[in-house]
Ligand binder design. Structure first.
Ligand code: LMR
Length: 291
């Protein structure tokens, strides 16, 4: 599998690459890995390359580092778009919009011009759903369904909270509705255990990313990479009838505007396919938060 990671010299990539190349995501698949970053980061990327080589990873087939879009995007099967201006303390994710618009425009064009038409794209850089929309918009030759945006970290946060606060480990069918921002709506209505989230719980999930930044002075990286690995695993191998939440191209279900990317319930199947679960009954308090 030919996989591109953008923001290759960044901190999420640093946590993600070992998972990818040790078989923790794709089992038994050799990987041609391309790492893209901007020219000023090439030295750092060279250092990352040295460490990858020194790790002697079992599933690495070839490794390319580059700042050239054509080299990075040509014939890829999967693009993991991590690269973008990072959120700093006191910023909302939407404050990054202007800074990241140009990046996702040129990367969308590069996907359109150089990638396989079957390429799958996972957008992680914030504001994640908008960046995904931009990349998708500028690559009209690639199907909308091939693009997903990242929401899995919020599910993992919620899953841990259920375990810690409600003694409810391993809950399935956790849903996170809406935008990956301080307005996202975590929802446990479809879990096995009947759990009513308090407004404190909801705010905890909504603000967890900011809380991490406040303490680390850097945004989540280890947990982000962990969630990416779970997203990719579920997308490629299937969720086994479990509902998971992905940011996907909206078809208008649940009154979300058509054509935006938004986190909603999906079931995934093998080889990067999914369907939106469009028949859940949303309770009134959750609906009010979504609206
Ligand atoms: C997160 O939720 O931790 C990430 O989206 C990083 C951020 O800006 O909060």
């Amino acid at each position: 599998m030919k996989i591109l990671i953008t923001g290759g010299a960044g901190q999420i990539a640093y946590s993600l690459i070992p998972l990818l190349l040790s078989g923790a995501i794709f089992t038994n698949i050799k990987i041609d890995l391309l790492l893209l970053d901007i020219e000023p980061c090439m030295d750092k990327l060279e250092g990352v390359k040295m460490e990858i080589e020194d790790s002697n990873f079992k599933f690495l087939n070839s490794l390319t580092i580059t700042s050239d879009l054509k080299t990075a995007f040509s014939d890829i099967d999967l693009a993991i778009l991590l690269g973008g201006f990072p959120r700093l303390p006191g910023m909302e994710r939407k404050d990054l919009l202007e800074k990241n618009l140009e990046i996702f425009k040129v990367q969308g064009e590069a996907l359109n011009n150089y990638a396989k038409k079957t390429v799958k794209v996972l957008v992680v850089a914030n504001p994640v759903n908008t960046n995904c929309w931009i990349a998708n918009h500028f690559s009209p030759s690639i199907p909308n369904e091939n693009f997903t945006s990242y929401s899995y970290l919020d599910q993992e946060r919620l899953s841990f909270l259920l375990q810690k606060e409600y003694n409810a480990p391993n809950q399935k069918n956790i849903v996170v509705w809406g935008n990956h921002s301080s307005t996202m709506v975590p929802d446990t209505s479809y879990c096995e255990k009947d759990i009513k989230l308090t407004s404190d719980n909801i705010q905890f999930i909504q603000n967890r990313g900011a809380s991490v930044i406040e303490k680390r002075k850097l945004s989540s990286a280890m947990s982000a990479a962990n969630g990416i690995s779970k997203h990719l695993k579920k997308w490629y191998y299937g969720s086994n009838d479990e509902i998971v939440s992905f940011g996907v191209f909206s078809k208008g279900y649940y009154n979300f505007p058509e054509g935006i990317f938004i986190s909603m319930p999906v079931k995934t199947h093998s080889e990067f396919s999914y369907n939106i679960v469009n028949n859940l009954k949303i309770n009134d308090s959750t609906r009010a938060l979504i609206d």
